[in-house]
Design a protein around this ligand. Structure first.
Ligand code: FAD
Length: 292
């Protein structure tokens, strides 16, 4: 049973901002509802204060996906089905389109939104590692102000972000990459379909003449909140790509994860898997760059 909750359907984003100003902390935005509805059913403490749900999924102004000024803009209410199918995202941000296609089932992807995934901020949120390696900027609006914030600064701890109760995440801006980047999104769950990530990684590498120009890696599910692993990124830059370096990077990845999480019951299982997958991804990306 879900507690009694009022339901509000704004006619526009402006109307929603005014409603949030007037009704404040007991209102929760609902987009696809695929996190919030199960959360309410399970009486999750993070939703226990909710008296009103403000539905935004019908607001078309929050669904657009377009490229301008060297940036891709994705509206907060874009669903993962929309993101997976979008030709601009497939071409310029393939890791995001791949992650979108691996989320839940068709029914979930038809409802689940990218903003809901980010604001819920579960450790296993699949869109977050790709967004982090693509340096996503988050666009936020309230009745007080509009501002942007790098995604890594928005994510606080599991199931918590820096967003205030009267703020709406309106979308994301992703800078289009220069040439020469290759990357991969890797997800490991307990089964192939409709599976929550136990381990996920997003890796981006820019190679030139056999050496690494830029290197980006973000963790998912293996750390409490998805993070960019900046120590490894800095170490890799300007070094010669190859199996020797990749083995060192895989070793460092293990060390960084233990530094963040400490030793857990799952560490002896997860760590060798994540190190081996990371190494194999790097070898594959390097081979692809050689064979063109
Ligand atoms: C069966 C099942 C399978 C799933 N599989 C996966 C999976 O494989 N990978 C994965 O990552 N997730 C998975 N999920 C989780 C879920 O589908 C995603 O996290 C989804 O993207 C959440 O989006 P939503 O629109 O449904 O969010 P909602 O449930 O509507 O909202 C989630 C949170 O975000 C807030 N919010 C939403 N939009 C905004 C906004 N614009 N501004 C401010 N706050 C906002 C809400 O207030 C709420 O706190 C699964 C869920 C189910 C039920």
């Amino acid at each position: 049973m879900i507690q009694d909750i009022d339901f509000y359907r704004p006619g526009s984003l402006e109307e929603l901002l005014t409603f949030l100003k007037d009704h404040g902390s007991n209102v929760k935005i609902i987009a696809g509802g695929t996190d919030i509805v199960p959360g309410l059913r399970q009486k999750a403490s993070r939703f226990s204060h909710v008296k009103t749900l403000a539905d935004i999924q019908h607001l078309h102004e929050l669904k657009t996906i377009e490229i301008s000024d060297g940036h891709l803009s994705i509206g907060s209410c874009a669903t993962f089905s929309q993101i997976e199918a979008n030709a601009l995202i497939r071409k310029h941000f393939p890791l995001l389109s791949c992650a979108a296609g691996l989320i839940g089932s068709t029914q979930i992807r038809n409802r689940a939104t990218i903003a809901g995934n980010v604001v819920n901020n579960a450790p296993c949120a699949d869109s977050v590692p790709p967004l982090l390696v693509y340096d996503a900027i988050v666009c936020v609006r309230s009745h007080r102000e509009d501002y942007t914030v790098p995604l890594n600064e928005l994510l606080l701890k599991p199931y918590q972000t820096r967003l205030n109760a009267d703020e709406v995440l309106t979308g994301f801006r992703l800078p289009v990459l220069a040439d020469g980047y290759r990357g991969e999104f890797y997800k490991l769950g307990r089964r192939r379909g409709v599976s929550i990530s136990r381990i996920s990684l997003a890796v981006l590498m820019q190679l030139q003449g056999g050496s690494i120009q830029d290197f980006r890696v973000a963790s998912g599910a293996i750390t409490p909140v998805s993070v960019r692993l900046s120590g490894i990124e800095e170490y890799a830059r300007d070094r010669k790509a190859g199996s020797e370096l990749f083995a060192q990077l895989a070793q460092q990845l293990g060390n960084e994860i233990i530094k963040i999480t400490g030793m857990r019951w799952s560490t002896p299982y997860k760590l060798p898997v994540v190190q081996q997958m990371f190494y194999q991804i790097l070898m594959k990306l390097n081979d692809e760059s050689v064979t063109g």
